[in-house]
Design a protein around this ligand. Structure first.
Ligand code: CA
Length: 220
């Protein structure tokens, strides 16, 4: 899962970036509206945290431009305390949720988890596929109730697949959603991570669909 954090206040941006990376996401950061608009128009994000008061291009305009261009990723806006009119304008511009500053990081994380799962039509924060279970709140992965220890990249890849059970996901799509923008990407490393996951999980859960990608599926 990859997120974009748009916030012009450097300390808050760094704190948010660190908290989201700690929670297992790949994170890109933007400090102004123009950079945000560019990143959100060219990179594949699973969700965006968008401050509204931004230099160069305000957050509301950024959001309107994304939506006008058909960019449909979930967007959570950060608004001023008591800025109810900002919330109305933001939601009408295509925001999916909002938080008023100051906010507690656990609330932001919970709202982002909900946005990401709802974008895939999933209701529960606990994702299941056969004997495999992933709790998006704690990051805990179990097989038949037994904990499985995964690296950050393995977890990110598995979480992406578990949000899309039964769907074929290409290596290119995985590459786009697993790495931050400045990361040196190599789609061959996806094969390496899949091979490692297959050693840690029941091997048949991640199926290779020839020429198309991977599919997470529990055999009935
Ligand atoms: Ca601001």
């Amino acid at each position: 899962m990859k997120l974009l954090v748009v916030e012009d206040e450097p300390t808050l941006r760094a704190q948010l970036g660190a908290a989201l990376r700690e929670a297992g996401y790949a994170v890109d950061e933007a400090a102004d509206g123009r950079d945000a608009w560019h990143l959100g128009s060219t990179e594949a994000y699973d969700a965006v945290v968008l401050d509204l008061g931004l230099p160069l291009l305000d957050g509301l305009s950024v959001l309107q431009r994304w939506r006008a261009a058909g960019r449909a990723m979930p967007v959570l806006i950060l608004t001023a305390r008591d800025g109810w009119h900002e919330k109305v304008a933001g939601i009408d511009a295509g925001a999916d949720d909002y938080l008023s500053k100051p906010f507690h990081t656990p609330e932001l994380l919970a709202r982002l988890r909900a946005l990401i799962r709802r974008a895939q039509g999933l209701a529960s924060p606990r994702l299941r596929c056969g004997p495999l279970e992933l709790d998006t709140r704690s990051g805990e992965v179990t097989v038949a109730g037994r904990p499985v220890s995964l690296t950050a990249h393995e977890y990110r890849l598995l979480a992406y697949l578990m949000h899309r059970p039964g769907q074929v996901v290409s290596r290119g799509e995985l590459t786009e959603h697993l790495y931050a923008q400045d990361f040196d990407r190599d789609s061959n490393t996806i094969e390496v991570f899949v091979a490692r996951l297959r050693r840690k999980l029941p091997a048949e859960l991640i199926e290779t669909v020839r020429g198309r990608g991977y599919r997470l599926q529990a055999r009935a």
